[in-house]
Design a binder for this molecule. Structure first.
Ligand SMILES: NC(=O)c1ccc[n+]([C@@H]2O[C@H](COP(=O)([O-])OP(=O)(O)OC[C@H]3O[C@@H](n4cnc5c(N)ncnc54)[C@H](OP(=O)(O)O)[C@@H]3O)[C@@H](O)[C@H]2O)c1
Length: 325
């Protein structure tokens, strides 16, 4: 699989990243325990990802109340791969209501203390000494960038984290934070798929008041390209759009177009969804979240094809509420 540089870092990461949110069983409750079966699912999924050439694994401290990271760590005992041969990313900053250190309302927390503690906990669960990248999961309205800068500096000096990035941040939030940091942020992870393409819609409707309230990115995609932050696309399969059942109806036209191109290219429908993200010249890295080995293989077919501009726009236009003048 083709590799790209992650932002301005030295990391040569695979074109597709594997999203680990689906690992660790079904429960998000911290009190529930990881099972042997959860470990096996994680091992099989990671093994398939490695076979397909994926070397980049995306985590967050909150996924399944920490069990996603724990389940992933079973790959070490299974001897699937050396730590140095892969890249591990995790995120912190979201605190749930059942957080034992909080005991009240859910909130975002990018304080020095919380970042430092989160990283130590992540490293323990992943059974590793370092993260290749740490992302701030969501913007914190009460962010004090000096605190983040202190945490990042100490994490770098102690070699617990190599590079830093953000997730779900807009251009202005990145610019504010960056002005306090010693090193460039390398990535911004945002939702992007044929179903949720707000990042792109905004740029296509600059001068038309279609749904003005919908656009809150303020040129974030262009900002990331200009400053060489790799955009990582979360939920690029729209969390299972192609699955049969309820919710499919509003996207009937989109699914029909996806299936038509899948037939024409001789690849899976999932691959077409991912190829649509890959076709964007910003070299966006899709973070694919399927833990099902066959589906993951089907997704990876996306790297074998390149959609034409016309096909890219036709897929875009088949989505709900897209307006091209
Ligand atoms: N930064 C953020 O705020 C944020 C938020 C959400 C997610 N993420 C990251 O992005 C990654 C991917 O997100 P995601 O898991 O929401 O999205 P995704 O990759 O769009 O979808 C994967 C999910 O959809 C299911 N699925 C996909 N195609 C399907 C099909 N044809 N039939 C049935 N089920 C299908 C998969 O089930 P199976 O596993 O059973 O195949 C899996 O649960 C996560 O793992 C996480 O790393 C980040």
């Amino acid at each position: 699989m083709e590799k790209i540089k992650l932002g301005k870092s030295e990391l040569e990461v695979s074109r597709l990243a594997f999203g680990c949110m689906g690992l660790g069983g079904a429960s998000w409750n911290k009190e529930d325990l990881l099972t042997k079966e959860d470990e096996l699912v994680a091992i099989r999924a990671v093994e398939t990802a490695l076979e397909q050439g994926i070397n980049f694994f995306d985590h967050a401290d909150i996924y399944k109340g920490g069990k996603s990271e724990q389940a992933f760590s079973s790959i070490w005992e299974a001897n699937l791969v050396d730590r140095e041969s892969i890249y591990l990313q995790s995120k912190c900053g979201i605190r749930f209501a059942d957080d034992v250190f909080l005991g009240s309302a859910p909130h975002y927390d990018l304080s020095y203390d919380y970042i430092m503690k989160s990283v130590d906990d992540i490293l323990k669960r992943l059974k590793t000494d370092y993260l290749d990248t740490l992302l701030l999961h969501r913007p914190d309205a009460l962010i004090e960038p000096e605190e983040v800068a202190r945490a990042f500096r100490e994490l770098k000096e102690s070699q617990k984290v190599r590079y830093f990035g953000v997730s779900n941040h807009n251009a202005a939030q990145i610019e504010l934070l960056q002005s306090y940091l010693d090193e460039p942020l390398v990535t911004n992870q945002l939702e992007l798929s044929l179903v949720q393409s707000n990042l792109i819609d905004e740029g296509l409707n600059v001068n038309s008041l279609v749904n003005p309230g919908d656009y809150r990115n303020h040129g974030t995609l262009e900002y990331c390209r200009l400053h060489q932050l790799t955009v990582q696309a979360w939920s690029p399969l729209a969390g299972g759009l192609l699955a049969k059942g309820e919710g499919k109806e509003p996207y009937a036209q989109l699914i029909q177009t996806i299936e038509q191109y899948a037939r024409e290219y001789g690849v899976s429908a999932e691959a077409i969804m991912i190829a649509w993200v890959l076709r964007h010249p910003a070299q966006i890295q899709p973070v694919v979240g399927t833990k099902t080995p066959d589906r993951l293989k089907a997704v990876c077919e996306a790297t074998q094809i390149t959609l034409t501009k016309e096909q890219w726009y036709r897929l875009y236009n088949s989505g709900l509420g897209k307006v091209l003048l």
